[in-house]
Design a protein around this ligand. Structure first.
Ligand SMILES: CCCC(=O)/C(O)=C/OP(=O)(O)O
Ligand SMILES: [Mg+2]
Length: 404
């Protein structure tokens, strides 16, 4: 019997976790079992949820006694889409006390509906022709109220700094000053001019926004105008919209998933969805080529073990899906680069907004400081030793220090 499984962490000071698990398995599938007439049981058996394991953890901290329970849900109960699966596994149940969805394992049958990332980590590397080292991405800061010339100039300064990808900030939406097609055209023309000068390839992840039913047309028009990547606020729309965009053959550019809204779902130990599932497995299954998430050491942080679990979920090789690029973000400056490479390796995107535009010598110098920091780590040297004869890195270290 093909089924997908969900693992929950249930907190309860007194509950009999085994009967609680049984209640979920029945309640979230056939509704009731023992009261069913024998004749009906035969028909309903194929729909019945099954408790696979109950692992109680006794805690001497009041209110922290919990059990991890795993339940199998028959594929026959839901359609092959994430809204159906998530509502089955954690719809009403998500509101039923202190319970947290920790993990999902998909059946092969269910996964067949999900091609996953169209480009993935390896495909994005090919697009920018950069291998065996971290990529560098910059973020427009600030963007609201800028007209096209000002935006194009900010783009140019970022491009001159040596970044591989430039992304819109997630708060830039359709607006009269820089509508998407004209914004794409202006930035891609600028990118081409700088690439002509530097020989470096450049992606511009323009923010794909607007009403859900217009997103596909919006994306096709942007691609027509020259868009070569998208930024997308997945959680404001839902994983199914990401899946629709990423699996659409006509949307032939990589998609960077922004974690906006994730803080309403992952932080609580007693509720919501574990970060590695929300920003790792589900983003990758739904087809994100790059996934942004708070780093352990920036301005908006996430516990290190959670960021590593996201990294592993995005890059583990036992999923028949392309890997997604991990992008630990928020408050990143050149002094943090050694930690990022230590913790995430070289299959990572170093991503910064303020750490580029806030550089004492300006935006382009900010990019160069990051390039110099990455070079230093890749050569096995300390930032300080390289800063002696690299003005941009030296200025960045003076401004923000080197994070230990
Ligand atoms: C986790 C998302 C980070 C983000 O959206 C963003 O704009 C970061 O900007 P900086 O913190 O690097 O200035
Ligand atoms: Mg942002």
């Amino acid at each position: 019997k093909a089924h997908c499984t969900a693992t929950y962490r249930i907190y309860d000071d007194r509950a009999d976790f085994a009967s609680k698990a049984e209640g979920i398995a029945v309640g979230m599938t056939v509704g009731s079992w023992t009261e069913l007439p024998e004749a009906q049981k035969a028909d309903m058996a194929k729909h019945l949820g099954q408790v696979l394991s109950v692992v109680p953890v006794e805690s001497d901290i009041p209110g922290e006694r919990y059990a991890d329970i795993t339940i199998a849900y028959p594929d026959v109960n839901y359609s092959r889409d994430l809204p159906a699966l998530l509502v089955t596994m954690f719809g009403k149940l998500s509101m039923d006390g202190r319970i947290r969805l920790m993990d999902i394992e998909w059946s092969d049958a269910f996964k067949q509906a999900f091609p996953g990332p169209k480009f993935g980590l390896d495909g994005v590397r090919k697009l920018v022709d950069v291998h065996d080292r971290p990529l560098l991405m910059s973020i427009f800061k600030s963007v609201i109220g800028y007209d096209l010339p000002a935006l194009a100039e900010q783009f140019r300064q970022q491009a001159l700094g040596g970044v591989h990808i430039i992304k819109d900030d997630e708060i830039l939406f359709e607006n009269p000053l820089t509508p998407i097609e004209r914004r794409v055209k202006a930035c891609i023309e600028t990118a081409d001019a700088v690439s002509e000068q530097t020989g470096r390839k450049l992606l511009y992840a323009v923010n794909l926004t607007g009403p859900t039913f217009k997103l596909r047309d919006q994306a096709l028009r942007a691609i027509e105008a020259g868009a070569n990547a998208f930024l997308f606020n997945v959680l404001a729309y839902g994983f199914d919209v990401l899946h629709a965009l990423s699996s659409d053959p006509d949307i032939s550019v990589p998609i960077a998933a922004h974690p906006a809204m994730a803080g309403s779902m992952y932080p609580s130990p007693h509720h919501g969805i574990a970060a590695q599932l929300l920003l790792g497995k589900l983003m990758r299954l739904a087809g994100a080529d790059l996934v942004l998430f708070p780093s352990p050491y920036g301005s908006v942080t996430m516990p290190a073990e959670d960021t590593f679990a996201i990294r592993d979920a995005l890059t583990r090789q036992d999923m028949a899906l392309q890997r997604s690029f991990p992008v630990p973000s928020a408050g990143i400056h050149p002094g943090i680069v050694p930690l990022i490479i230590r913790d995430f390796g070289t299959d990572v995107i170093v991503n910064a907004g303020g750490g580029i535009h806030g550089h004492p010598l300006g935006t382009a110098a900010g990019g160069r400081a990051f390039v110099q920091a990455i070079d230093a780590v890749m050569q096995g040297k300390t930032l300080e030793s390289c800063a002696a004869d690299q003005e941009e890195l030296r200025a960045a270290i003076q401004a923000w220090g080197v994070k230990q």
